[in-house]
Ligand binder design. Structure first.
Ligand SMILES: Cc1ncc(COP(=O)(O)O)c(C=O)c1O
Length: 374
């Protein structure tokens, strides 16, 4: 019996059967490719972040970090117009999703969310062994009315939604929070690129949690830092679920410097928004159907439905976007807004591909599963 065969029986059944989350491809030689597949910010973090990184001391590394990341809580509270006890720090927004599902859901307490959306939600639900109630968006990604009537202990709305980039009005989410019996978690990982956010709902509703990420607007995906905003009782409950030292000393220091440098952050976000507008216009000119986006990516529908083939041809030229081989979105490509230069290279490649100037690779790259998520 092999080692793998022997350990099979050790796992809980649903962990055993789980496929696990498949992140967007992370090429080793990142400098040699154009990477528009995991919605990172194309610009570096604030120079102030690099300065505090250089000033870190051995003593800060020798000691455990502040378990609550209070320096960051203070800074984030000021910027969001709330109090520090409205904030919990987490090891990336993903950790908050995991904490919320562990805190609110189990076999008899389902999670609900509209689909298609962030593909991590069903994976976390499966590991927690809780039912996932998936209510489909309509073609325009409007909030499904059914979402308000489920018996879910936790409802998650990704806003702006991934992978559509669409935005649901704050008023609509306020009505949803009002109607729900359970908790409403609004995943605002991409909200820095939108025109509004739901922070104000925290004051009015004791069942609302807002998720924020430092990976996108603040260019800190490599550091792993996110946070949540909610009323103090919800925050105190989530504190019981988190790892004792869930955010490390370096991450707290970098995230605090980043969020304090609002001027740099705003300038970067405006650059991405301006380039997003141009990218959408140019993709439309190439006959892609592209909805307006409130995020740092766009979802482009191919006219011929052959998104998978276009994806393969882009990979052949060292350009990575995201293709989801899932019903409803398998005719689309999700493209992160890059620098002007990256966007232009992508557009020229698409022009050539659509004009049929490049021979299709003899061995399909799609066969090599690591390039694409399912
Ligand atoms: C919709 C959504 N929510 C949350 C996250 C988590 O981001 P992070 O863990 O990098 O903060 C991501 C990451 O891509 C995302 O796409």
């Amino acid at each position: 019996m092999t080692f793998l065969e022997r350990i099979v029986g050790y796992f809980r059944e649903n962990v055993e059967k789980a496929k696990g989350y498949e992140p967007g491809f992370q090429p080793r030689q990142a400098d040699e490719v154009i990477k528009l597949n995991t919605n990172e910010n194309p610009y570096p973090p604030s120079p102030k972040v690099l300065q505090v990184l250089a000033e870190m001391t051995a003593e800060q590394l020798r000691r455990y970090p502040d378990p609550q990341g209070n320096a960051f809580r203070q800074a984030a509270a000021e910027i969001n117009g709330v109090q520090p006890d409205n904030i919990i720090c987490c090891n990336g927004g993903d950790e908050l999703l995991s904490m919320a599902i562990r805190a609110f859901c189990d076999e008899s307490r389902p999670v609900a969310y509209p689909v298609p959306t962030y593909s991590l939600y069903p994976i976390l639900a499966n590991i927690q062994n809780c039912k996932a109630i998936e209510t489909p968006f309509d073609g325009e990604f409007n909030l499904p009315a059914k979402l308000a009537t489920t018996d879910a202990a936790l409802t998650i709305v990704c806003n702006p939604n991934a992978p559509s980039g669409t935005f649901i009005n704050v008023d609509e989410l306020a009505s949803l929070a009002d109607e729900l019996k359970g908790v409403l978690l609004i995943d605002e990982a991409y909200v820095d690129f939108a025109e509004a956010n739901c922070t104000s709902l925290v004051k009015d509703f004791d069942n609302v949690i807002i998720l924020r990420s430092m990976s996108k607007g603040y260019s800190l995906a490599g550091s792993r830092f996110g946070y949540a905003i909610a009323q103090p009782d919800l925050i105190a409950g989530l504190m019981k679920v988190k790892d004792s030292y869930n955010v490390d000393a370096i991450a707290i220091t970098l995230a605090t410097a980043a969020i304090k440098d609002q001027q740099y952050f705003k300038e970067n976000v405006e650059k991405v928004k301006a380039d997003r507008k141009k990218l959408i216009e140019q993709l439309r000119a190439l006959d892609f159907e592209v909805a307006d986006s409130s995020a740092n990516f766009v979802l482009a529908k191919t006219k011929n439905g052959k998104a998978g083939e276009i994806y393969d041809k882009l990979v052949q030229r060292g350009i990575y976007v995201r293709y989801f081989n899932r019903p409803g979105i398998d005719d689309k490509l999700r493209i992160t807004v890059g620098t002007k230069e990256q966007n232009n290279k992508l557009l020229s490649a698409l022009k050539e591909i659509l004009a049929g100037e490049i021979a299709f690779p003899s061995t399909s790259l799609r066969a090599k599963g690591s390039f694409r998520s399912q």
